[in-house]
Design a protein around this ligand. Structure first.
Ligand SMILES: Nc1ncnc2c1ncn2[C@@H]1O[C@H](COP(=O)(O)OP(=O)(O)O)[C@@H](O)[C@H]1O
Ligand SMILES: [Mg+2]
Length: 246
């Protein structure tokens, strides 16, 4: 891991106007993530994790504060430059895969490479799909693939343009244990090989523990989670109520 910062966040605030008045979703976030580092963001539902990812990926604008992504201050960019920066430096993986239904696996993976004007997009897409173990599924459409396979297509698509930073919002949230493991293995393998910075939001403690750092979001505030805390939660017995037994 290098000492160069991939993401620096200072005093980040996000508020939105609602019918009940102003709602502060993120309340002064500070963080620094080094190039090549993998971090997990844990925290209860509704605490602001997805909002933070959207801001870091330049998909949304903060109310105040600063984000520096790979040396570029996001607030200095207009919408057009932000779009260009996203295309160049950032990829996203979602819980719900977000593949294009009308394109087959190969075409889905090719898409960002074609948009970026890469010449051998098809060959690159083919080799990415091979790396995620799907060379036998190139012409399958998303509805002909299992959840785990769809997420592996999404991973191949996310890495094809060699992003500086990969954001993943609950990437294993819709997968069973075996597929979660496979998807996680691929994320970390590609992260290591390509020196991509990995920022992932997850409720999956096994996945979080494989990251170099764990951060905890609580009511719009982010804190470093020591390994001890993550361990403790991992070993906390599941309450019967939370698994629907009452
Ligand atoms: N555009 C918006 N307008 C109003 N409320 C929002 C908006 N976006 C998010 N929220 C609220 O902000 C809180 C944090 O949302 P989110 O970042 O999606 O949380 P998480 O990903 O941790 O579950 C939630 O209570 C959500 O309802
Ligand atoms: Mg969320």
């Amino acid at each position: 891991m290098s000492e160069i910062s991939a993401i620096t966040v200072k005093a980040l605030v996000k508020s939105v106007a609602t019918q009940e008045g102003e709602l502060t979703i993120l309340n002064g976030i500070n963080m620094d993530v080094k190039q090549g580092q993998s971090i997990a963001i844990l925290g209860p539902s509704g605490s602001g994790k997805s909002t933070l990812l959207g801001l870091l990926a330049a998909l949304d604008s903060p109310s105040s504060g600063e984000i520096i992504l790979d040396g570029v201050a996001l607030h200095s960019l207009n919408e057009e430059k932000k779009a260009a920066l996203r295309k160049q430096k950032v990829s996203f993986i979602f819980q719900s895969f977000m593949l294009v239904d009308t394109l087959n696996a190969l075409e889905n993976v090719m898409l960002p490479a074609e948009l970026a004007g890469i010449n051998n997009a098809k060959e690159k897409a083919q080799s990415m799909l091979e790396r995620v173990g799907l060379s036998h599924r190139l012409t399958h459409f998303p509805n002909q693939l299992s959840g785990g396979e769809q997420q592996r297509v999404a991973i191949a698509r996310a890495f094809i343009c060699e992003p500086k930073v990969l954001f993943a919002d609950e990437p294993t949230g819709n997968l069973d244990a075996a597929n979660s493991q496979k998807v996680a293995d691929m994320l970390f393998e590609l992260n290591r090989e390509s020196d991509t910075t990995l920022v992932l939001v997850t409720h999956d403690l096994a996945l979080a523990k494989r990251c170099e750092r764990q951060l905890l979001m609580n009511s719009g505030e982010l804190s470093e989670d020591s390994e001890m805390e993550t361990q403790k939660r991992a070993h906390k017995p599941v309450s019967l109520h939370s698994v629907g037994v009452s």
